[in-house]
Design a protein around this ligand. Sequence first.
Ligand SMILES: [Zn+2]
Ligand SMILES: [Zn+2]
Length: 357
Amino acid sequence: MYTFVDRGDRSLTLRPEATAPVVRAFIEHNLGAGSLPVKLYYFANMFRYERPQAGRYREFWQLGVEALGSAEPAIDAEAIALAMEYLSSIGIDGATLKIGSMGDENCRPAYMETLRAALAGKAENLCEDCRQRLALNPLRVFDCKNPACRAALAEAPKMIDNLCGDCRAHFDAVGALLGQIGIDFEIDPMLVRGFDYYTSTTFEIQSANLGAQNALGGGGRYDRLVADYGGKPTPAVGFAFGIERLIMALPAAGAHNAEAVQSTDVFIAVIDDKDRPLAFKTAVEMRRLGLTVEIDYMGRSLRSQMKLADKLQAVSVVVFGPDELARGKVTVRNLASGEEKTTGLKNLLASASKGFK
Ligand SMILES: [Zn+2]
Ligand SMILES: [Zn+2]
C-alpha cells in the first residue's frame, strides 16, 4: 500500500482496492436491511506503492461489481457471466477465464499446514520474501512471480485438491452453471489470492493481447469479510477490472465496433440567424425525448450545415427556413433517401419521436 506521512505528521494510505470500502459502506449504511442480494458497482481510482511499469501504474482505475447477501453458486456464475459479457460488449473477444477455489474455514487451515510443510522442505529454493511468507501465510507465496517460487508451488499440493465437501460442491456447481450458459473456463489450481478475505470461488480473466501483465481483472467470494468488519455474517462475491488494462486490450483504435459510434438522429439546420433561439429550444426538447440532436453553433451557412449533418451521419435534417416558418412549417430531409417533406412545427416533436415516419 502507498502509505506516507504528510506535512501535518499524519500517516496517510491511498486506497489499494475497493472491496473493503464497499463492505464498510454496506455495514455503515445498513444496506443489508433491504432485500438481498445487494448489487453495487464502482468506478474509482486506486494506488499501488510498487515501482510503476507498463500496465501497472501508481494511480490506476478500477471498475468493480459486488453482490452481497447470497451464498448461491448461481450468483458467482452471474458475476462471472457479467464480467465476460461486459468484455465482449466493449469489443474485447477471446479473453481466457480461469477459476479456482480458496476453500473456507473448514478446509483451508489444514491445507495451509500441508502447504507450509511441503514448501518448508524446499525453503532454500524460495526467495527471501517467500521464506517470510511461509511463516505468516504460506498462501501469499502464490502472489510471488519469482520463477523458483513458482516452480516450488507447481509441485506443492493444491487447495483445489483439498476442498471439503461443501467447497467442492460449490465449485462444481459454479462450473456446471457456466457450462450451461456456454462460458468456457479453465480450472487453475495456482489461482489463489493472497488477500486473506477471499473464500471459495476465485477467478481471473486474461487477455491474449497483453504480454506479461495479462490479467484484465478478477474476483471471487469473500464470505467472511462483512463479519470481519463487524457486520452481520453476509456472503458476497465480486470482481474488478483494471480500466487501463481494458484500454490496452482493446483492438487498435478505429477497428473497434463501428456501431458503438453514436450516430445523430436529427440535425437542425437554420437559415436565418433570428430563428436560432427557436432551433435551440427545439433541439433541447427533442433531446428530452431521448433523441441525439445536433445543431450548428458556429454560424455556418446552410451548405456547411448540410455537410456537417452528413459528417455526423445524421438520419434526418430539419431545416428551419424563414419562408416555411412563416407558415408554421419546417422541412424534414431524410439523408439516406434524399426524401423531403414539410411538417407543421406543432407536430414536429411527435413526428421526430417516430423518426419522421
Ligand atoms: Zn517468492
Ligand atoms: Zn471448505
